[in-house]
Ligand binder design. Structure first.
Ligand code: NAI
Ligand code: MG
Length: 327
């Protein structure tokens, strides 16, 4: 029995978590769920966006299934990733048949470092009108994330790992990351190359097929994973897994999407593919693949929410996915 801490959070986080639960119920796996609160609503209610009881329960669990937080995201999900030392944020961006997107044949996995960089939150006001942020990059964290990326490439039979950085300007921090990348790369028979982050953004929009596995530091990874989601059809499709030695957190790449929250039109795909990543993580590979195929069939049949051009509600699209599970 695996213990899953379920944190729906704010906005569409709650809506897509309902979809995840509908699907999980059908699959009937040995999971025990603990429902926990965190996010903007928790801050209002308890005075803390990540209440102590939530963190305590999370520590007793094997994994966290997370929806989205709103304005408190830094205090909730960014903090959870660091507290649980889930150092590798794995964010696939893959083309779907039947989705009108900027490109076809995209299959990128972004591996984002999760525990340091500017998102450490070391920010100060030196004096009025003068602020400062510290960017922490260590050899230890760089080595383990780069190794994770190469191991993932090896495991999945992928051809190349690309590092993204800005070592021409941030010579110390990005310089260290780039050096470590090539040191680790020597141990693998997998192609390794690197780009400056700005040029990489252009290439990703114009010819994303040159990328396979991408490894980068925390903030660049945050930005470039939304970009990659955008070229294959949007945030409604992008799942993610945060993986560490002891814990794992599964969450869609998107946030609370307050612009569409409450309308019942959020695309449940990102959250359901996130469930697929959780199933595979726990060794239920066949169930994960089956669910993935059900999502693919549903999308290629045009049974989607409005972001992909369809006219279904979140719950209706989820039901279509469930119907396709039986095939
Ligand atoms: P967002 O990711 O919530 O939404 C960006 C855009 O994508 C919006 O137009 C939204 O409607 C669309 N979108 C996102 N998910 C979708 C889905 N499943 N189906 C259809 N359309 C979808 O980012 P935004 O708008 O910048 O932030 C909204 C709130 O979420 C903020 O309070 C922010 O702090 C928070 N946030 C939380 C994150 C987390 O908890 N992991 C990550 C990013 C933002
Ligand atoms: Mg983000």
């Amino acid at each position: 029995m695996k213990r899953i801490a379920v944190i729906p959070g704010d906005g569409i986080g709650k809506e897509v978590m309902d979809s995840a639960m509908m699907v999980l119920e059908c699959l009937d796996l040995p999971f025990e769920y603990t429902w926990l609160e965190a996010g903007d609503a928790a801050l209002e209610k308890f005075g803390k966006a990540l209440p102590d009881e939530t963190l305590e329960e999370v520590r007793k669990s094997d994994a966290v299934l997370f929806g989205a937080a709103g304005e408190t995201a830094a205090d909730v999900i960014v903090r959870l990733r660091m507290e649980l030392d889930t150092f590798a944020n794995v964010r696939p961006a893959k083309s779907f048949e039947g989705v009108k997107a900027l490109h076809d044949n995209v299959d990128i996995v972004i591996v984002r470092e999760n525990t340091e960089c500017l998102y450490k939150g070391f920010e100060f006001e030196i004096e009025k009108g003068v602020t400062q942020a510290l960017r922490i990059i260590t050899r230890k964290a760089s080595e383990r994330i780069v190794r994770y990326a190469f191991e993932l490439a090896k495991r999945e039979g992928r051809r190349k790992v690309t590092a993204l950085h800005k070592a021409n300007v941030m010579r110390k921090t990005c310089g260290l990351f780039k050096d470590v990348f090539y040191e680790v790369a020597k141990n693998y028979e997998i192609q390794a190359d690197d780009y400056y982050i700005d040029a990489a953004c252009m290439y990703m929009v114009m010819k994303p097929q040159i990328f396979d596995v991408v490894v980068t530091t925390n903030m660049f990874g945050d930005i470039v994973s939304d970009l990659a989601a955008g070229i294959v059809g949007g945030l409604g499709l992008a799942p993610s897994a945060n993986v560490g030695e002891r814990y794992a957190i599964f969450e869609p790449v998107h946030g609370a999407a307050f612009d569409i929250a409450g309308k019942g039109i959020a695309n449940p795909t990102a959250m359901i593919l996130t469930v697929c990543m959780m199933l595979k993580h726990f060794g239920y590979v066949e169930a994960g693949k089956k669910l993935e195929r059900a999502v693919e069939r549903t999308i290629s049949a045009g049974k989607t929410t409005p972001d992909l051009g369809g006219n279904l509600k979140t719950e209706e699209m989820t039901n279509e996915i469930i119907k396709n599970l039986d095939l």
